[in-house]
Design a protein around this ligand. Structure first.
Ligand SMILES: C[S@@+](CC[C@H](N)C(=O)[O-])C[C@H]1O[C@@H](n2cnc3c(N)ncnc32)[C@H](O)[C@@H]1O
Length: 239
């Protein structure tokens, strides 16, 4: 958990990089941000679970997608699993409005989206609260001097383990070979508490069941880059 002192100094703990808005921001975009399923940083509440997963129905699964981009995977997963609830975290505001537009147009009701930094959300989620977390094509930060900006780290995976239920799933994909190697080398350490259920690596789109394609992934495959896809399962025991 982040300490209270750290949380007050939020910027230094959760510094984000890259663009937050693209050019051509419109009044329609402003209107989309007022949708009830859309949460801005200013809406942050310590008691994060009832805010983002308001359904009292505990029979469906709860999933978090980190850095959903424009939300293709998030929306398609929500449509495929109407009895599950999804939270998408994306710091890029234009991605958020693009996803909000799809949610409205497709009348998808089991998704909340937010611009709150995914690491802040993870730090505030209670133990054993999620069935799955997806991190798909995170910013690769390929230069060695920028590696510390990468989302995945030992700290990140320990937090994942805390918030995932026993047998909870961590879904990961990337086209950045060094990033993939880093994830595999950290998460497969026995002390970390995850087991690899499967891995698919392909220069073409593999026929992955229940895994809708993302925008970044489509571009990577079109450019002929090799993509790797993983499911890891938490080995945490039921209490
Ligand atoms: C390379 S893009 C991939 C987007 C999408 N997953 C896809 O595959 O099309 C990575 C995304 O992660 C978002 N991101 C980076 N850091 C984040 C953070 N701390 N919390 C939430 N989103 C973040 C970026 O804004 C960016 O849109």
């Amino acid at each position: 958990m982040a300490t209270q002192a750290n949380l007050k100094e939020n910027k230094s703990v959760y510094q984000t990089y890259g663009r937050r808005k693209s050019r051509g921001w419109s009044t329609e975009d402003d209107a989309l941000l007022t949708q009830p399923f859309c949460h801005l940083d200013t809406d942050f509440k310590e008691d994060i679970l009832p805010c983002f997963f308001p359904s009292n129905d505990s029979s469906g699964q709860r999933w978090l997608e980190i850095g959903f981009g424009h939300g293709e995977h998030l929306c398609a997963m929500a449509q495929a699993h109407p009895d599950w609830t999804f939270l998408g975290a994306e710091v890029f505001l234009s991605g958020l409005t693009s996803c909000a537009q799809s949610l409205v147009e497709q009348a998808i009701e089991n998704v909340h989206i937010t611009t709150i930094d995914a690491r802040r959300i993870l730090d505030h989620l209670p133990e054993n609260s999620l069935d799955g977390v997806s991190l798909l094509f995170p910013d690769p930060w390929p230069k060695t001097r920028h590696e510390k900006r990468q989302m995945f780290s030992t700290n990140f995976v320990m937090t994942l383990k805390r918030v995932l239920k026993p047998k909870g799933i961590f879904r990961f994909a990337s086209d950045a070979e060094r990033y993939v190697e880093k994830v595999e080398s950290i998460i497969t350490k026995p002390a970390i508490g995850f087991r690899q259920l499967w891995k698919v690596t392909s220069p073409e789109r593999p026929g992955l069941p229940d895994w809708p394609q993302t925008r970044y992934e489509a571009k990577a495959l079109q450019a002929g880059r090799k993509c790797s896809y993983f499911h890891f399962e938490s080995t945490k025991e039921d209490r």
